[in-house]
Write a protein that binds this ligand. Structure first.
Ligand code: ATP
Ligand code: MG
Ligand code: MG
Ligand code: MG
Length: 478
């Protein structure tokens, strides 16, 4: 008999028929009730074992995380808590799980930190099962949104020769022997002898390559792994994360903001519709966690309320200059509200400032735009004032920056001048400059860190808990 997924069994369509389910034991109570989970839903199905006719030996082997196959009749349950249960007629232990040595003992309330060290097993817990299903649906929502709008999905290279941005954060890729690389006459490593005949890195962003495709296909998006050798340990940075980068020809910064806002609202709505049970579970988990905090630190909104708030309210659009005024006014007499006090126009905002604007001042998602040119990347469109660029960052409560984007500098001369001023090699980026030489046009795009979105939607607070196998400094065990 083919097995049926627990999710389908719980829909009741097979009630009063013989069914088979396969999965892992979550708990076994009173020598009689198995709570069985197979990953298809947050819910377990209760399997009632006929313990009088089951050998003692078999009953002993029904332990947490053992894999089992149960056959029996699906019936309406008389007990509270579940609508349907299986009256088991045949029970088979497929794989034993030693209760003493199974690493995740739920009665000890394992912490998230502990579970991170068991990334291969933590997915067997309710919370991580829910997070992984939500993550999967969110990824589907990303593709659905762009595909429905006619965007072309472009896979930009993972190994790149472009060394344009954030050189310090790049992972180098080489086939040369580390202990004894070939050297040039002046003693430098001879990358001409490397596999690609030049120095290469793992991608930190697909934007530059994406721009070239947008200038032919009109509207494209990338959604792929991105690597940054972030050497700080924060709860929002991974060394390997997934970035979504749409790029659209003929869009200016206002269009770019509209797209980002519409996109984020769409994927949240889509996920709320498809993941009701998982989100409800995660909300409950958070409410439990909140109880242990002092009143003042508790969040004002429960998870679903927070998600609905984002759907129902426009993001507040604020220029960098206005934001600086707000931050300055909020610290009269330089009171110790911030560790790093902003006095001057031109300073880069720290995450404490971003979070103040979002969480305390505006109390909603914020799009900051028109940043000083000298704190942003070379490719951003210079404004007519000559000192700000058409950049935008989207800031979210509890997270800070979730999106970074801009209208790109489409004017060849201005772009080249900017590159010269910053010492960026024009020859390295000849192909990028070609888009400005041949049929240049206004265009815009943004990068959204997928894990930051998953953080927001699941209500989790550490980015290590929303990706299957997190990559952070000193940590690539799995
Ligand atoms: P941050 O200021 O948080 O370091 P960034 O400004 O360096 O981010 P961008 O280069 O603007 O990041 O990249 C676009 C988006 O990618 C960010 O808004 C963020 O959502 C995400 N992102 C950037 N770095 C990381 C990382 N190390 N781990 C996870 N997501 C990241
Ligand atoms: Mg960064
Ligand atoms: Mg940033
Ligand atoms: Mg940014």
């Amino acid at each position: 008999m083919k097995h049926t997924k627990v999710k389908a069994l719980l829909s009741g369509s097979k009630v009063n028929t013989e069914v088979n389910a396969k999965g892992w034991v979550r708990t076994f109570r009173n020598n009689q009730f198995i709570a069985l989970n197979d990953g298809s839903t947050i819910h377990n199905i209760q399997c009632v074992v006929d313990f009088e006719n089951t050998p003692e030996e078999t009953l002993k082997r029904i332990t947490t995380s053992a894999s089992v196959s149960v056959t029996g009749t699906l019936v309406e349950s008389k007990g509270a808590g579940q609508k349907y249960e299986i009256q088991v007629s045949k029970l088979e232990i497929l794989g034993d799980s030693d209760a003493e040595t199974y690493p995740i003992q739920l009665r000890n309330k394992p912490s998230l930190e502990f579970l991170r060290e068991k990334a291969h097993l933590r997915v067997r817990t309710n919370a991580f099962g829910a997070i992984m299903r939500v993550r999967s649906v969110l990824a589907h929502a990303v593709h659905t949104y762009f595909q429905e709008k006619g965007f072309v999905y472009v896979n930009t290279p993972v190994i790149t020769g472009a060394d344009a941005e954030g050189a310090g954060e790049m992972f180098q890729v080489t086939s040369l022997p580390l202990d004894n690389p070939p050297r040039t006459e002046d003693g430098n490593i001879d990358y001409k002898k490397d596999f690609f005949g030049k120095h290469t890195n793992l991608t930190v962003s697909g934007q530059l390559e994406g721009e070239t495709f947008a200038m032919a296909l009109g509207q494209i998006y990338t959604f792929g792994p991105t690597f940054r050798a972030e050497n700080s340990n924060t709860s929002r940075h991974l060394a390997e994360f997934w970035m979504i980068e749409p790029e659209v020809a003929f869009n200016d910064l206002d269009d770019n903001m509209d797209l980002a806002e519409d996109f984020i609202q769409y994927v949240i709505k889509y996920t709320m519709d498809k993941c009701q049970d998982d989100l409800k579970f995660l909300e409950g988990r958070l409410l439990e966690e909140e109880k242990s905090k002092p009143q003042a630190d508790r969040s004002e909104m429960a998870l679903l309320e927070k998600l609905n708030f984002v759907l129902e309210n426009n993001f507040k659009r604020v220029s960098y200059t206005e934001a600086i005024d707000i931050l300055r006014d909020s610290t009269p007499n330089k009171k110790k509200k911030f560790q790093y006090i902003i006095n001057e126009w031109g300073a880069d905002l720290q995450s404490e400032h971003e979070r103040y604007l979002v969480e305390k001042h505006f109390k909603c998602p914020v799009i900051l735009f028109d940043y000083p040119a000298n704190i942003k990347a070379f490719y951003m469109r210079l404004n007519e004032d000559g000192k700000t660029v058409r950049a935008m960052d989207i800031l979210f409560p509890g997270i800070g920056e979730i999106v970074g984007g801009s209208q790109r500098e489409e004017r060849y001369d201005v772009l080249v001048e900017k590159m010269k001023a910053l010492g960026i090699d024009e020859e390295e980026l000849w192909w990028y400059l070609d888009t400005r030489r041949f049929g240049s046009a206004v265009h815009s795009g943004f990068g959204l860190g997928f894990e930051r979105l998953v953080l927001f939607v699941t209500g989790m607070t550490n980015i290590r808990d929303v990706i299957p196998f997190p990559r952070t400094p000193q940590n690539a065990e799995f």
